[in-house]
Write a protein that binds this ligand. Structure first.
Ligand code: G3P
Ligand code: CA
Length: 274
């Protein structure tokens, strides 16, 4: 019997709604996600906003960097219509905006795209939001940021982001210093993508044997989610939390994950079990 890990909505329910907007986070909670993952950067005037790319081009059409804009400038942008006309008028949220959507038992994975200068503000906003620290994970590829978080806000657990580049096969951080880096930032676990996990299955065993958490992003297909789940992962992060949970609850032999094949004439079409 497959144990379904916690399901975390990557940038919200970003398959259907515009990533990193309140619409995407609210949709994730409505779909029954156990948690949300969101990306944060700092504005020119020192506010923490929820945007993935350094450039605003892809999600707002404005060819400027987030770090060169004030919050007021960012608030004027439409971060929803690029996805679907339905979401016209969605704005770039701040960290407090995103925290305000988290229900009592909801988890939030806060990915910090910037440096240690973000930490005092992140701490202030988290404390004001009164979210149980047990439901928060501070995540980053930036080791200095995690180190600053471990010093300033030790109650909020940290995850070290890591990945293996598909072209070079090089790990970031390098595998031989992974454990030492985790110790240095007092990380409770690692957070990696499922392609990297599949390339290094021994890593999963080592992390679990050490009693550490193992979180995997971005798993958008049921077969990959089943394989990762069978490896004992703590959570999986997906763009489509509601859909994926339904697929995982269906039997593993269900054909509903694969393209539909037309029934041959004269044969009764089989009903999907999903
Ligand atoms: O936080 C996990 C994952 O989201 C990291 O990659 O590029 O989607 O922020 P990215
Ligand atoms: Ca992220």
């Amino acid at each position: 019997m497959l144990t379904i890990p916690s399901i975390i909505a990557h940038r919200g329910s970003s398959w259907d709604a515009p990533e990193n907007t309140l619409a995407a986070f609210l949709l994730a909670w409505m779909e029954g996600a156990d948690g949300i993952e969101a990306d944060f950067q700092m504005t020119k005037d020192g506010e923490i906003v929820c945007v993935h790319d350094e450039s605003l081009e892809r999600t707002t059409g404005k060819s400027k960097r987030v770090s060169n804009c004030t919050l007021e400038e960012l608030r004027a942008l439409d971060a929803g219509k690029w996805k679907r006309p339905l979401y016209r008028g969605q704005r770039i949220p701040t960290l407090p905006d995103v925290l305000s959507t988290v229900p009592v038992h909801g988890q939030i994975f806060i990915e910090l795209k910037g440096g240690p200068e973000m930490i005092p503000l992140v701490k202030k906003h988290l404390q004001a939001a009164k979210i149980d620290p047990a439901n928060v994970r501070i995540c980053s590829f930036n080791v200095e940021t995690l180190l600053a978080a471990s010093e300033a806000m030790p109650d909020y657990n940290r995850l070290l982001l890591c990945k293996r580049s598909t072209s070079e096969g090089v790990w970031e951080p390098s595998l031989h210093i992974l454990e030492a880096t985790m110790r240095m930032v007092k990380a409770c676990g690692i957070y990696l993508d499922n392609v990297s996990l599949a390339a290094e299955p021994e890593l999963a065993k080592k992390v679990r044997a050490a009693g550490k958490e193992l979180h995997v992003w971005t798993v958008n297909r049921a077969p990959a989610a089943r394989i990762a789940s069978a490896m004992g992962i703590t959570s999986l992060t997906t763009d489509r939390p509601g859909w994926l949970r339904r697929r995982l609850l269906a039997t593993p032999t269900s054909t509903s994950d694969t393209p539909k094949v037309k029934a041959k004439p004269g044969r009764k079409p089989r009903l999907s079990k999903a």
